[in-house]
Structures are given as structure tokens and as C-alpha cells.
Design a protein around this ligand. Structure first.
Ligand code: PLP
Length: 360
């Protein structure tokens, strides 16, 4: 086998065990005599897949019973409109912290429907930190408070949640879902596009507290109404059937690893290996302040653009691919999601050490 170490930010690598299982079941699923791709979404076999997938989300994340779990389409980006349309229905107002491009996009979209109060921003230092928040600046009458928990592009993460009191906290967890334990009960709504840490592109997981849905704005398209999808257990229309099936396999894999707690321990180990090296290197350095560093996305640079380009090229030749930083930041970024083995990070660091010695 000649699989590379894929450090892509998304779509990103999946556990090889999952791909192999899918390969085995591709042509004939169980006793169905057909592929999951060919099944009716209303069939008994498929019902078991989608219900099993939901049960695993609930089990692994300890989702309380008063939350709905939905598998939707339209990417993480559709949530930027769905959230204000469904939750911004009382005072037509939300608070948001601007920690990067995904939060900015969410704010821009919400502004089309409701008043958006930008509480703080880290734009002044290229989003290399999470702004300190002052509770006194929060709106008393916001319908919800929005954050992007892990900032995929800039490599920052909220290590402390804002204390929003009774105001529901909404978080984009696209690039950190199931990477570490998270107390779902602290949130009104969580969402994640699948293609970073859960499965293939085309599915968005939404977890929402029941009392927050059912009051969507009149203009809300049927397909953008959480209530419709909640009432129909994500089967109002044809869901992304194959993608949900792969997510189920990924969740089974997480369970086999020992659950999210066990996966978190591995993620912490991987991140430490990489950050410790960046902190000790004379050539490479991390771009994020240590206290706000992401476990999943690790941006780093040298002080020379040509050297960055040389590194990315030689790393690729050595089997470490997709290390180029986001076009808005430059430099490099290693995304080390759940499926990246410790060995992949160890070997990357070995390669970086060698590159540093050769290019002094
Ligand atoms: C990738 C990403 C998105 C966008 O997801 P799409 O599925 O491409 O719309 C949103 N938020 C975060 C944090 C992301 O990493």
C-alpha cells in the first residue's frame, strides 16, 4: 500500500480501517444484495444505518435527550443562514466573536436576516489568538451567542467557553467535532460539516436543543427549517445516504478506539509532539499564541517564503502532503485530525528536523 500522510484541512484523511470496511461492503451490503448507494432511504436496511448513526452520535458525545441530532446537506456554510432563520426569531439579534474567516462568513450571512453584534475580534493580529471577552459587552437580549470553536484556517481554539448565562451558545465545531470531550448541555446548538473529522463531504451534523426550534422566520425555506428535519428524523427528503453510512463507520471506529476520551488523549499527544518541536526549532515556528492553540490545525512558518515553498515541495515528495497553509495565511499548516496516527506526526517532525539541518 502506498498511502501518503495527508495533512489536508478538509476533506481530510479517514481511518484506513473505515475505508477498507466500506470497500468490503461496497458492492453488497450485508444481506441486502445491493450497495448502500443503491438502497431506498426508506428501506429497513437504511433505517438501521441512519438510526445507528444517530445513536452513536448520542452515545459518543453524551447528547442529552432534549437535543435533536440531524444529518443535513448544504455544508457547514448553509448553517450560517439556517441558524439566524431558525434561532434569531425573538429579538432578531445575535452576538458573535470574530476569530477568523468562518466566523466572519457566519456574521455576514446572519446580517442579512438579523442584527449582528460583533463582541470582539482578533483581526488585528491575523487571528492568531482568541480575544479575551468581557461579559459586560454581551447583549442582554440576543437570541443566541455565536462562536467558531476551532478555527481551521488560523489554528486557534476556544479553551474556555464564554459565559452567556441564559442566552444559548451556538458553536461551529466543523474542525474539532469528536476530537475532544465537549459538554453538549452547555450549548444551544452545535454543527459540523462532516469532511474534517467525521466522514466525506456532503453531510452536516446539527445538534440542537429542542426548545430552540419550531419558531423559524416565515421566509425560511422548508429545507432550511430545523423543525421539518427534526420531525422527520432527517428523512424529510433523500438524505446523503452514503455519506451518513461512512460517518457511521467512523463513529464505530471512534468507539473501538475507546471513545472520544481515548481519541482526545491521542490528539493531545500528537499536538504536543508537533508544538514542542515548533517551540524548539530555530527554523520553524508556530503562528498562534500558546494558550489558544488548536489540537487539530497547526499553522507554522519559516521566516522565508522561498524556504516555505521548498519545504512544502520536498515534504510532498517524501509522502507528507497538503501541508501548504491557507491562501490567506501562507506558510504551512498541518491538520492532524482523529484519523492521523501518532506515527504520521512523529515522521513529519523527523522530516522537519532533517530539512532544518540541511537548510541552515
Ligand atoms: C470547513 C469549515 C466550514 C465550511 O464548511 P463547508 O461544508 O465547506 O460549507 C465552516 N466552518 C468551519 C470551522 C470549517 O472548518
Amino acid at each position: 500500500m502506498s498511502r501518503v500522510y495527508n495533512f489536508s484541512a478538509g476533506p481530510s484523511m479517514l481511518p484506513v480501517e473505515v475505508l477498507e470496511k466500506a470497500q468490503k461492503e461496497m458492492v453488497e451490503y450485508g444481506k441486502a444484495g445491493m450497495s448502500v448507494m443503491e438502497m431506498s432511504h426508506r428501506s429497513k436496511d437504511y433505517e438501521e444505518i441512519i438510526q445507528g448513526c444517530e445513536s452513536l452520535v448520542r452515545e459518543l458525545m453524551h447528547v442529552p435527550d432534549n437535543y435533536k441530532v440531524m444529518f443535513l446537506q448544504g455544508g457547514g456554510s448553509s448553517q450560517f443562514a439556517m441558524i439566524p432563520m431558525n434561532l434569531g426569531n425573538k429579538n432578531k439579534k445575535c452576538d458573535i466573536v470574530i476569530t477568523g474567516q468562518w466566523a466572519k462568513k457566519a456574521a455576514q450571512e446572519a446580517e442579512r436576516y438579523i442584527t449582528v453584534n460583533k463582541i470582539a475580534s482578533s483581526a488585528d493580529k491575523t487571528f492568531s489568538y482568541i480575544p479575551k471577552l468581557d461579559k459586560n459587552t454581551f447583549s442582554k437580549d440576543a437570541d443566541y451567542f455565536y462562536i467558531c470553536l476551532n478555527n481551521t484556517i488560523y489554528g486557534t481554539k476556544f479553551n474556555e467557553l464564554p459565559d452567556t448565562g441564559d442566552i444559548p451558545l451556538v458553536a461551529d465545531i466543523s474542525s474539532c467535532i469528536m476530537s475532544e470531550e465537549l459538554d453538549v448541555s452547555k450549548f444551544g446548538l452545535l454543527f459540523a460539516g462532516a469532511q474534517k473529522n467525521l466522514g466525506p463531504a456532503g453531510v452536516t451534523l446539527v445538534i440542537v436543543r429542542e426548545d430552540l426550534i419550531g419558531n423559524a422566520m416565515d421566509i425560511t425555506p422548508t429545507m432550511f427549517n430545523y423543525q421539518i428535519h427534526a420531525d422527520n428524523a432527517s428523512l424529510y427528503n433523500t438524505p446523503p445516504t452514503y455519506g451518513i453510512y461512512i460517518i457511521k463507520l467512523v463513529l464505530e471506529w471512534i468507539k473501538e478506539q475507546g471513545g472520544i476520551k481515548a481519541v482526545q488523549a491521542v490528539n493531545e499527544k500528537k499536538a504536543k509532539i508537533l508544538y514542542d518541536f515548533l517551540d524548539s526549532s530555530d527554523m520553524f515556528k508556530g503562528t498562534v499564541v500558546p494558550e489558544d492553540r488548536s489540537l487539530m490545525n497547526v499553522p507554522f512558518v519559516t521566516d522565508d517564503d522561498d524556504l516555505n515553498a521548498k519545504f512544502i515541495k520536498e515534504a510532498k515528495e517524501a509522502g507528507f502532503v497538503n501541508l501548504k497553509g491557507h491562501r490567506s495565511v501562507g506558510g504551512m499548516r498541518a491538520s492532524i485530525y482523529n484519523a492521523m496516527p501518532v506515527e504520521g506526526v512523529e515522521k513529519l517532525v523527523e522530516f522537519m528536523k532533517k530539512f532544518e539541518a540541511e537548510n541552515k
